[in-house]
Structures are given as C-alpha cells and as structure tokens.
Write a protein that binds this ligand. Sequence first.
Ligand code: GLN
Length: 621
Amino acid sequence: MSKLRANESCEALGSCENPAYRDGHVMKYVVVTGGTLSGLGKGTTISSIGVVLKTMGLRVTSIKIDPYLNVDAGTMSPYEHGEVYVLEDGGEVDLDLGNYERFLNITLTKDHNITSGKIYEKVIRRERKGEYLGKTVQVVPHVTNAIQNWIKSVAFRSVDKCSGAPDICLIEVGGTVGDIESAVYLEALQQFFCKAGEDNFCLCHVSYVPIVCGEPKTKPTQHSVKELRQAGLRPDFLFCRSELPINESARAKIALFSQVPHSHVISVHNVSNVYRVPMLIEEQSFGELVCRVRKLGLVAPSPSPESPPASLQDPTFSMSRWESLADKADSASNPVRIGIVGKYTGFGDSYLSVVKALHHAAVEADLKLDIVWIESTDLEQQNTKTTPAMYREAVAKLESVDGVLCPGGFGDRGICGLEAAAEYCRTHSVPFFGICLGMQIAIIEFCRNVLGLEDANSEEFDPHSQHKVVVFMPEVNADIMGGTMRLGNRATIIRDKKSVAYKLYDQQPVIYERHRHRYEVNLDFVPAIEAHGLKFTGQDERGQRMEIAELQGHPFYFAVQYHPEFTSRPIKPNPCFLGFILAAKSRLSARFEEHSGRLRAGSTYLEKPLNDENSHVEATK
Ligand code: GLN
C-alpha cells in the first residue's frame, strides 16, 4: 500500500528524486522541531514518539540535526554541552543520540548526527574540487541540497539488526525555531517536504506551556508555531511540555491558533519517571492518529502470528513492558547510595549516560537510586580553592555511600581527589567502579600506595614522571584533537574464568564495548601490579592493551578502560553497572550463586556489534 503511494508521488514530481523512495521502499519521515525554549526534554519526547511507533510494529530510525559549526561533539566541553556520547562506530555525538539508542534499542552511526560543520565541510570540499561547475555556491540550493541528500543517504540504513530499511525516520531539529542557525535546516526541510510529498512527511512541534497562577499559558506555543509557519512549515501535531496536564480550554486554544485538530494537541506533562512518557503519549491516541491521518497514511504492518514484524519480536517493544518498567522504577523503596566522584559534577548532563546506566541497574535490582555528587577537587585538602568545610563535607559524603563510581575525564584538575576516593574504597572494602579515567586513577593510586612508586602518574598529568604507569597510546594523534582518540567498539578478551568480569558478562570470553581515550596502562608495570593483587582480567586481542582491572580479595574493586555506560539500556542494564549496584548492597555473590556463576540466567548478554566493521581490530603497535 505504501509502495503505491510513493510511486504516485514520484510520478507527480516527474522524477524519482523523491527522498521518501528508494529501491521500492517508502520512508515515512517524522520531523520534530522545538519551540519557545531549550531543555524541555525534547529528546525524551521524541524517543517516546519512537517507542509508540515501535510498539505498533514499525521499524524506526532517527537522525539528530545540530545546527552548530562544530563537526562533532568530540571537542566540546562537558560543561558547555553535556556529555559526549560515543557510538559503536566511534562517532562522538550529541547526547540525544544516547536517548534514541536507549529508548529505541537501536545502534546509530556518526552519520546519524548532522551538524553544520559536517554539511559545510562537505560543500566546501566539493567547491574546491570544482564539482559545482563554475556556479556561485550558495546556501540555497547548495547547502540545503547537501542537507537533504545527507538525510536521504542515512535514513534508509538499518539500525536494528534486521535487514532492509526502517519504516520511519525520526528527524530532530536541534535548537528552537527562530534561531538564526537553524533557519537553513527549516528551509531544507520545507524543500524536502515538497519532494517527499504529504503522504510521507509528518511534522511534530514540541513547545512549552508554562503554568502561571495555576493557568496554562498558550501564547509562547502560538508564537513558536507562527515562527514555524513563517519558515514554510505547518505542524501536524503539537506536543506541549508542561508541569501539569493541559486542560481542555488550553488545548482548544492551541488547536485553533495552530490550525491542527484538537486531538493533535498532545499534553506531555510531568510524570513520575521517563519510562511513563511513551504511555502518556499513547494514552492520547497518538499512535492511532498518526497512522490514520490521511495525509501521512502510515500503516503499521499487521502482526500475523506466523511472522510478527521484526520490531514486535523485540521484547522492549510492548507497551506493557514499558509500563512494568515504569511501575518498577516508582515502587522501589530500598535505597542504594552511590557516590559519583567526578571532575564535572556541577552540570548534571556531563555524566548523563552514567546516571542513566545506574538507574537501569537500580531498577532491575529493585533499588531506589540515590546519587551523591562529590566534586573531586573538594576531596583535595591541599587545594587552595577547597576550604576546610568543603573538604569535611566531601569526606562525610564519601563515607556515607554504599559504593563509589569514578567516571571518565580529561586533564589534571581534581586528580588527587579522585585518587583519594580510590584509596578510600580500596582500603575500606567499599565497592568501587572506575570508568576510563577512573581505571587509570585506580592504577596510579595502586602503584603509588601499594607498589611504593611515589611519583607514579599518567603521562597526561606529569609527562616527566619517572614512573609513567599510564602512557600515551602510540597511534593517537597529539596535535589534532577532534576524532583522533581510540574510539568506538573494540573487543575485550576475558580469559580468566574465575574473574568477576567473566561472571558479569555471563561467561562470554569476548565482549564488545565502546571506547574514548588517548592514554592506556603502561605494559612495563603490568607484572608488578598483578603480582600485588590488581589483576587485568580483560585485554585486547593481542593481550597488549589492559581493558579490565579487578582487585583480588576485595568485595568489588572493578575498573574498565572502556565506557560501559553507552551500551546500557532500560531493560538490559550493562552488566558492569548491575554488578556494581548489587555489590553496593552486598548482593552480587548471591546473584552469581543463584545463576551458576553468571549475572543472569540464560543466554548471552552482549551480542556481536551491528556492523562488524565497526568493531575495530587493533593496529599493530
Ligand atoms: N583522559 C584519559 C585518556 O584520554 C581518560 C579519558 C576518558 O576518561 N574518557 O585516556
């Protein structure tokens, strides 16, 4: 049915340039813009739209447009922009792609994050090659064409381990309508809409409805829809973010001014946890409306018992699964206090995936997560910026938690505080989980205080140390900062069958996790470190790169060079996080016993990556 429509559209255009059509497959584009203000939870709203579509048996992919001029998020400060999310293929991207991967259980590539940096780089490269054949290269049509071509080239890629193109491509336009830098994207999307045709394009607009003196105020939404219209785009649905449910009169007013049906105004008010948002949207019949709306004509594949659609075979995608997840998240009352000792604790989004992964694990373990943020510099008594009161408070926090997590980071600020946290956990049998920089810190602390190498350090913090126990990786480029680290999926071999790692990963000898680092454990010190009880239980294929470290005789002292937070999913928490959370409540050993030496009963946890080419085999040193 949808094939027929695409052919008709193609004919109407007099060419097969229709971006909704490729090799007989029709793509339905659901574009989402934002209005009024940023930080509304647009990413969560869009991911939830995707979940609703997936629960209907549709296969969904997503593209995020970031109008900034950076080529990618890799060089951006976590204070400025939140965490840098790392994809399987090594892409360093906006954290919203993390929302999509987590909610939709999909695996995206760096091309799924469009930035102005990437678009202009491409256009200018073509101009230098003379490919525009003497034409004046202009924003319209050359940049707008480049944007449309990029979307079309990415939209049809499978992102869910099933063959064939997805049914729906969600496109988020970052920023808010009216921003100077997003204007070119709105122009491109307007052209895209004309080419794809009404049947294949749906526009959702997310805006804010503030509650003033108990009354929902609709003016900001009206104005942002006006901006959208000025850009030549007309919304099909309005998603109204608000603290309270949007009442009928506000809904009617918004519908009237935005010229959408009353039922197309969806209230996205605050709910007890994010897992409820898909249900909130579904309760207002979005799924039914978006499929039945004549213009879009989305038709969900009818699930037949013999061959249910691929997405229905994924247990993530039944609304009841989301409901039970949301209920579980609400009902947990037994607290687990986790201290995150980090360098960027002042800005919540800096460690977004770490926080999400902790939540996933806590929900599975029926625990209520209580995060205690500890800025690492506050644990540095000798730091002139740390007052005695700040130090006392940080120490008291450290002593109050059930487990300590030291996440990734760059640069030497706060390193002594991180080291103090690692030492405290090691010597007081407090569960410790180190990630990337956290693992390097654990090695430095161990070498200083157990091996007696007083000046042991990372080359990153002291290039002149006599004992550089963490060194710069030979293949990494020291001059170009963007995209030059050891990035993305790599294999880790777990040989020791008695190790915690082997049990956590359900006895799989080879696991794949994502990386983002420039420094690594110095092989020269490995024998001495291991002889003193800190074992490297996971290594790369050649046994040259230390990936996992665990301390013998400690309840849980576990550190990884990779970033397990990026593969954690709501219904599939990453095993390192689940192990850490269980250890923090002294429940890990019992869990291993219950499942005969595994974290979970049954089959393997982490499958091979989506695209094998993305799981890099290391270059020979
Ligand atoms: N700065 C360290 C390195 O580059 C750790 C990086 C990280 O934590 N992501 O190796």
